[in-house]
Design a protein around this ligand. Sequence first.
Ligand code: ZN
Length: 486
Amino acid sequence: MAIHIFNTLTRQKEEFRTEEPGKVRMYVCGVTPYAPAHIGHGRSAVAFDVVRRWLTYRGYQVSYVYNFTDVEDKIIAASQEEGIPWKELAERYTESYLSELQALAVLPPTHMPRASEHIEQIIALVQRLVEKGHAYVLEGGDVAFHVPSFPEYGKLSQRDLDQQMVGARVEEDLRKRDPRDFFLWKAAKPGEPSWESPWGRGRPGWHIECSAMSAAYLGEVLDIHGGGSDLIFPHHENEIAQSEACTGKPLARYWMHNGMVQVAAGEAETEAEKMAKSLGNITGLGETIGRVGGAALRYYCVAAHYRSDITFDEKSLEQAAAALERLRIGKQAVDRLAQRAAVKEGAPGLSDLRETAARARADFEEAMDDDFSTPRALAALHGLVGAVNRLAAGAGADFAVSEEGRRALLETGETLSSLAGLLGLNLEARGGAHGLEEDLIQVLIEVRQQARAAGQYGLADAVRERLAELGILLEDRPEGTTWRRG
Ligand SMILES: [Zn+2]
């Protein structure tokens, strides 16, 4: 089965073929660490972590570069505002972001370069662009990329000339030859970080940093270049212009962009707003992880397809936590069934379980190969959990399985864990004493089921009510009983 990826460049799904067989070179634009990260950053990191995990599962050797833009206008402004050195400010927010990514179970990328550590490569790239006539030096020591020198400009964002004029961060500057020209190098201003260059002291512009760092770690042609859809223009358009003008080769074979996280606007407003600091709508990543846990937030991220925009609200976060809990309980249920003594044959539903698990895996793989459709992959997992729950619900007090049945149950549990693990969801996770509590709740659910099966409805209701008093709400569904905290 071939993997298909939606390529922003062509606006269609294409079969995934790498430049070099078996190897994937993947570059994703990380964050500018000038303020606490918000959920949108976490979502992007999770989306590409899933891509990386899936390609690895499919046998590719993945080199994954995720960068930090630590030299940028916003960092300089924030450091002056807070009165601390820019490097210290950037490192502080980088460190806190990294611990948040860890809480989200994002695997460490192969390389996490900082722009400030690649000034030499950046200067070399700017120099090549000047030599080739794609860039020019302005009075005062700035260097700008000349957009008309790259006729394909606009091919990624599919913006025509008018839209480029409107959409670009048009910096009024009469020294520029074209209003769309953008800075590769900025002459030093007092109090700002600066480095020696052929054009005097200065610092790099934002876009050139990514062109230089991706080439430094992954070479001239990337298999996948990713980032948020808000980066398509001008950032990625500019990266293409810089890199391709220099090498004459496509910068990336596939361009992947994750959708935005939006916040439901106030009642007076009708449209959801983009979650961005400039719009004043922030849902802090660290704060949200502290409130609901990294695993629930990760589930929330993968519950939607990476390309769709999602509107953030508390209710969907709660639903994500409950859905994750359902998978974990399903895993526990199948493990418990497997522990029953191996004496009897023919428990209802058991004979089909292996087949059901195999089908779930096939559905999961098909979904993920189809542009990483995590919602469909999750549906396959929940389908399998449903089968487990039906089996558990039909298992009376004397339920027991043969050795063969036990193996089928263990394999089903393994299928659940390993597939969930490919999405970065750990079904074994138990926080200390928390695990025992969950086990005890499960024991009570089973006692209640047996009471009902025996017609002892008074006892069954008493179990439910006593649990409800403790804030544990049972929900009877066709596939079995689940619980949640009320
Ligand atoms: Zn970038």
